[in-house]
Design a protein around this ligand. Sequence first.
Ligand SMILES: Nc1ncnc2c1ncn2[C@@H]1O[C@H](COP(=O)(O)OP(=O)(O)O)[C@@H](O)[C@H]1O
Ligand SMILES: [Mg+2]
Length: 250
Amino acid sequence: MHSVVELDSVRKVLDGRSVLDGADLAVYEGQTLVIIGCSGTGKSVTLKHIVGLMEPDEGQVRVFGELISGQHERIKNRIRLKIGLVFQDGALFDFMNVYDNVAFVLREIYSLPEREIRQKVEWALDLVGLAGIEAKMPSELSGGMRKRVAIARAIVYRPSLMLYDEPTAGLDPIRADIIDSLILRLKDEANTTSIVVTHDLNSAYKIADRICMLHEGRFIIDGAPDEIRKTDNPVVRQFIEGRSSGPIRF
Ligand SMILES: Nc1ncnc2c1ncn2[C@@H]1O[C@H](COP(=O)(O)OP(=O)(O)O)[C@@H](O)[C@H]1O
Ligand SMILES: [Mg+2]
């Protein structure tokens, strides 16, 4: 199996703190890897290293077998064209309608003809279940719809690697389920490799081939959902138990 993403002993100090402290990670082709971990542990920082928006102080990051850390912006940009990134805040351009938001990369980076752009935008919006909302402005959409538009914008150029930063945060269980199904569908239809950062263990169990936990700068566990559920690693247990809902109160 080819590893699509590889972190090799990555260390990153931010504000005097070792956020990543010798982190090792490998993600294989066609797999969905879910990263769990407490708030502020460096999950978003990890994704930023993978797209080359942050540089490790030590160690290396490879994507598609190619070094991205330490490379020129030109090389990073070429690699980034194969990566779809859904940011934690799902930020859209407020001043553009949905169509222009989703078309942005195809227009600005790929310079595709408008007819081809239209087909791709329609395909992506259809896939996220939002066909027909092209003319709406982001301010007219619910939080869940904005998240789905952000996903459409990331998948529209059919990247072979998708990175999702907390894609279901702030969504109710039904909306979260729609996003989970979408992540699964992309994996099935396009053999997309995905890394999903989430707090939501239900989603994690549903979509993951493997689950990793980031703790004190390293990935401390790596296993299939069933193994994670049953693990006796005390740190992981505490995380899981802290997140499962308590007894129903009347
Ligand atoms: N650009 C930055 N400059 C300084 N500190 C940062 C920066 N980005 C993140 N951090 C710090 O790194 C730590 C991990 O952040 P982050 O990766 O966002 O956590 P999370 O696991 O919640 O995604 C936090 O303490 C955060 O304050
Ligand atoms: Mg984060």
